[in-house]
Design a protein. Structure first.
Length: 140
């Protein structure tokens, strides 16, 4: 699946890559958040020693910046998108040209999975849809 990038996307990617040295695979620019997926193994480089790179990126963008590691495996990609949120189960259902990932988390982790104002879940849905043409359903 081909990902289309706008001029704003390309400018943001160039800035991120120049600050971090990490290779960007995809980007999602939301209302209050900019999310990047970086190549496998580049997450540490993107964050930098003691978080130095990600701090500089956040200052440059002036908003929340999220960074996720790329994966060609849909289940691993979903785990990467949720980061520190423990996932209990992932089921992928395909029906009549549609794909949905049902992700189960503990009730106590639901707030972290959704994020403040729903920011995290919006980003996760957008990146999952762009990469795998897959919708997301969160259960607890």
């Amino acid at each position: 699946m081909t990902i289309e990038l706008t001029n704003d996307d390309l400018k943001a990617i160039a800035l991120f890559e120049s600050i971090t040295g990490a290779q960007v695979a995809d980007i999602h620019i939301g209302e209050g958040t900019v999310a990047f997926t970086v190549g496998e193994g580049d997450l540490g480089k993107a964050i930098g020693k003691k978080g130095a790179n990600i701090t500089r990126v956040r200052q440059a963008f002036g908003r929340q910046v999220l960074v996720f590691e790329e994966s060609e495996d849909i289940s691993q990609f979903i785990k990467n998108l949720f980061g520190q949120v423990p996932i209990r189960n992932i089921n992928i259902h395909e029906k009549m040209n549609t794909k949905t990932a049902y992700v189960t988390v503990d009730g106590k982790d639901r707030g972290s999975a959704i994020g403040r104002g729903g920011d995290r879940i919006k980003v996760v849905r957008a990146l999952l849809l762009r990469k795998f043409n897959c919708d997301l359903s969160l259960k607890s």
